[in-house]
Structure formats: structure tokens, C-alpha cells
Design a protein around this ligand. Structure first.
Ligand code: ADP
Ligand code: ASP
Ligand code: MG
Length: 452
């Protein structure tokens, strides 16, 4: 049988009990005849705690040392997991990202994988071991420094290893039963999808559905690696993410799933999986996502003449900051001055304000405004392209919920708006209901994690 890569998120290995539970599941997969490579995240909220600690020591820590610190979280869980597996009588070896051959560029805190050379993993597998790899980290090609791949980066490690090892599937184990039509923490009646296309998943991930990281989905699409997102707490089949809906979803899931006997929920699992085999058309709308991790900067009083926007965004880009949405107001006739607003990750807010303050000497704008009390709501679905009513229904739902809109952006298959942070949850719920996405059966379960 084939090779399976399994990734366990922080909430799945939050404590010793969690690590032992995950070890049993891994051993079940191995007993099913598969070679198993496991990618593991830091325990629970360890990464957040390490970041808090670093900030107490230095408000803007140096990238190299910050990465050294953060990778320690994953090293703790990889070693403990290998110990727990050995305790069950199976051979396991743990590897850091560097030892596993994850080679990156040298941009600390958000490095990109440029090559994967998993020679030591292959050897470990050939010798009958289960290989455990620390997620979210690599080593830079030129300086040989330890790097991290950005928050949530263990998802990318898993898919990159799956591609390099030619795995049959990359399973992402988390604290919910799969990809839902909205975050189950916000919409109790969110519906689990049994399949979603890479294209829609990319938009959901990039607009805030952190169940899968955007880069991981991009990587999986490029190398055509099917992802199976599922819960490590239940035995239920999850959501397949692939280019096309796989034929015989139920059979595929049960062949690759660990032994049902050890998972009490598996009865209803096979029932719901077989329903998933009916030839359903792809839905018009895949889901609603939200994101409260961004802030908005407004550059007030920019001279309305060619080149000013270019200078502003060059200053931001030179500080290596990615921006998201942009809006430019019509200039006031009397002053010929305009305002430009854009959104960016809150974590980059400080850096961006500094870069723009420096640029004020060249651009001569009036002032800068920083607002981190915003949220973004997005509606995603490939069917949007051919259904003209979607935009109207979306804005009607927001209006009925009394939500004021500050910024709008669209792609072919997504509409996003920025609102006040307090309006995000009611807005997501209103839009979810307006598109008939509410499930009439069980409420979506969140098994663990703090959602941090
Ligand atoms: P892990 O620690 O396993 O990496 P994450 O916290 O990164 O887990 O991702 C899982 C969380 O993603 C869920 O607990 C859920 O709150 C959130 N989430 C956001 N959008 C969705 C969605 N559309 N479907 C499922 N989960 C979602
Ligand atoms: N531990 C890292 C984080 O919390 C990476 C990951 O979990 O994927 O972001
Ligand atoms: Mg995650």
C-alpha cells in the first residue's frame, strides 16, 4: 500500500493525552499497511506563548532569533510523539525541518520552500520507521539558518513532503470535522462539505478560513496532491480538497482511514460518506469566510496626481509588507487632495506606519490613520461567475443585518467587504442564512482548541 502523510495541528496534540491519542491513530494507519510520515505542530497555543514571551524581551525581535525560538515548539511535540509511538511498540524517528530536507529562502518568519530533499525520511521509512517531522520550519539555502514558514505553516510542510515523497494523500487532522460552509465557531449551523475544489478552497483560505493555509492549497494544486481535512478527535470522514470530485469518495475514505473499530463515531461516518457519492452539481456558493487579523491604514490628504499611489505602495513593498484591499476616494474638487485606504495584516501594522512616516517627506500627504478594529467577510463560490443575483443578495443580507460597509473588493469567484470588527459575526451568520447554507441537522462540532 501507499505512503500517507498526516499532519496534526496544535489542538490535536495540546497535552500528553492528546499526544497519546494521536500516536494510536498513527499506529492504526501503519497497521493498515501504509508507510506513514507525520508532520506535527507545536502543542496547543505554544507558538502564541513563545511570541508573547519574545515581545516581553524585545518589541521587534530579530528575525533569525525569533525563528530559532518558534521552531522549538514543534521540536517538543515531534520528540514526544515519537516517544509515545515507541511506547506502543512501533518504531518512530523524529526530524527537524532541516533534517527532513525542507530548504527555504532566507526571509525569516515567512520563508518560502524552494526545495524538499527528504533523503533521511526515505531511509527511515525503508527501515520500517514512522517518520515524524517538525512542521512550519526549514533551513535557508544560502545562510543555512533556521527559518519558519509563517503562522499555520505546518500545513505547507505536510503538502510539500507529500509532493516530494509522492504520497497517495495528505491528511490534515484538526479540531473540526472538515471544511465547513463557514467557521463552525461562528456559525453553529455551518455544513460540512464532503469535497471542495482547489480553486474555491484557495479563495476561502486566502480570505480567512484558517482550517487550511493558502500556501498549502496552492502547493497541493501545483503538484496535484489530494488533501483530506478531518478531525483527529472523531473517526468521521472529512472534506476532500482536490482538482475534481474523486469518484467513489466513500470507498476512498474508508480505504485510507485508520481502523474504524477504534473510533466510535465511524458508523454515522460511513453513512454520511455514502450520501456524498451522489452525483451532486458543484454548489453556486462554497462558503462564507471571515478574517479579523487585518488592520486598515488611511493615508489622508494625498495630492491627486500621477505617481503618488506608486510612491506609497513602493514604500510599503520595500518594507516587505503584503497588502490586501485598497480603496481611493474621489478627490475633493477644492483641494485636489484624496485619501487612500488599504488593509494589511495587523502584525505588520507597526512596520507599515514607520515606512509611511518616512515616505511623508517625499509624498507630502497630511496624516496617517491606523484602525485595527475592522473585520472582513467574504463570500466564495465558482458559481458566482454565472449567477448575477449573488452580489445583490449578499449586500441585501448585510443591509438587513444593519451592517455598514467600509471597503469592497471582488475576484471572479469572491466578494469581500470590510466592516467594523463587532459586526463580523452577525454579518457572517446573516450571509450564511441568506444563501441557504444553514444545515438543518446537527450543529457543527468544535472538538478542541482555543481558536487563537
Ligand atoms: P490546527 O491547530 O489543527 O492547525 P487551526 O486552528 O489552524 O487548527 O484550524 C482549525 C480551525 O479553523 C477550526 O477550529 C475553525 O475554527 C477554523 N475555521 C475557519 N473557517 C473554517 C471553515 N470554513 N471550516 C472549518 N474550520 C474553519
Ligand atoms: N505552530 C505554528 C503556528 O501556530 C505552525 C502551525 O501550527 O502550523 O502557527
Ligand atoms: Mg492550522
Amino acid at each position: 500500500m501507499g505512503l500517507v502523510v498526516q499532519k496534526y495541528g496544535g489542538s490535536s496534540v495540546a497535552d500528553a493525552e492528546g499526544i497519546k491519542r494521536v500516536a494510536r491513530r498513527i499506529v492504526d494507519t501503519k497497521k493498515g499497511g501504509h508507510q506513514v510520515v507525520v508532520v506535527v505542530s507545536a502543542m496547543g497555543d505554544t507558538t502564541d506563548e513563545l511570541i508573547d514571551l519574545a515581545e516581553q524581551v524585545s518589541p521587534i525581535p530579530a528575525g533569525r532569533e525569533f525563528d530559532m525560538l518558534l521552531t522549538a515548539g514543534e521540536r517538543i511535540s515531534m520528540a514526544l510523539l515519537a516517544m509515545a509511538i515507541k511506547n506502543l511498540g512501533h518504531e518512530a524517528q523524529s526530524f527537524t525541518g532541516s533534517q527532513a530536507g525542507v530548504i527555504t529562502d532566507s526571509v525569516h518568519n515567512k520563508a518560502r520552500i524552494i526545495d524538499v530533499t527528504p533523503g533521511r525520511i526515505r531511509t527511515a521509512l525503508d527501515e520500517g520507521n514512522i517518520a515524524i517531522v517538525a512542521g512550519f520550519q526549514g533551513v535557508s539555502q544560502d545562510k543555512k539558518d533556521i527559518t519558519t514558514l509563517g503562522r499555520g505553516g505546518s500545513d505547507t510542510t505536510a503538502v510539500a513532503l507529500a509532493a516530494a515523497l509522492d504520497a497517495e494523500v495528505c491528511e490534515i487532522y484538526t479540531d473540526v470535522d472538515g471544511v465547513f460552509t463557514a467557521d463552525p465557531r461562528v456559525v453553529k449551523k455551518a455544513r460540512k462539505m464532503d469535497w471542495i475544489a482547489f480553486e474555491d478552497m484557495l479563495e476561502l483560505a486566502s480570505s480567512g478560513s484558517k482550517v487550511l493555509l493558502h500556501r498549502c492549497v496552492e502547493y497541493a494544486r501545483r503538484y496535484n496532491i489530494p488533501i483530506h481535512v478531518r478531525s483527529s478527535f472523531s473517526g468521521l470522514p472529512g472534506t476532500w480538497v482536490s482538482s475534481e470530485r474523486p469518484a467513489g469518495l466513500a470507498q476512498l475514505t474508508s480505504r485510507l482511514a485508520p481502523h474504524p473499530a477504534s473510533h466510535p463515531a465511524s458508523q454515522s461516518a460511513s453513512e454520511s460518506a455514502s450520501q456524498g457519492d451522489s452525483p451532486v452539481e458543484q454548489a453556486i456558493i462554497s462558503g462564507v469566510s471571515h478574517d479579523t487579523s487585518e488592520a486598515k491604514i488611511t493615508v489622508v490628504g494625498v495630492p491627486d496626481k500621477p505617481g503618488e499611489a506608486a510612491t506609497i505602495f513602493r514604500a510599503v513593498a520595500d518594507a516587505e509588507i503584503n497588502i490586501d484591499m485598497i480603496v481611493q476616494n474621489v478627490s475633493a474638487a477644492a483641494t485636489a487632495l484624496t485619501d487612500i485606504s488599504f488593509t494589511l495584516p495587523k502584525s505588520e501594522g507597526h512596520k507599515a506606519m514607520e515606512a509611511l512616516t518616512r515616505a511623508q517627506k517625499v509624498i507630502a500627504f497630511d496624516s496617517l490613520r491606523y484602525d485595527d478594529q475592522i473585520g472582513k467577510i467574504s463570500l466564495v463560490g465558482a458559481g458566482m461567475k454565472t449567477n448575477p443575483g449573488v452580489t445583490a443578495t449578499f449586500f441585501e443580507a448585510l443591509s438587513n443585518a444593519g451592517v455598514n460597509i467600509e471597503l469592497i473588493s471582488t475576484s471572479e469567484i469572491r466578494i469581500s467587504v470590510v466592516t467594523r470588527a463587532d459586526d463580523v459575526n452577525p454579518a457572517v451568520q446573516a450571509v450564511h442564512s441568506a444563501f441557504g447554507l444553514d444545515s438543518d441537522s446537527d450543529e457543527a462540532v468544535v472538538y478542541g482548541g482555543t481558536g487563537r
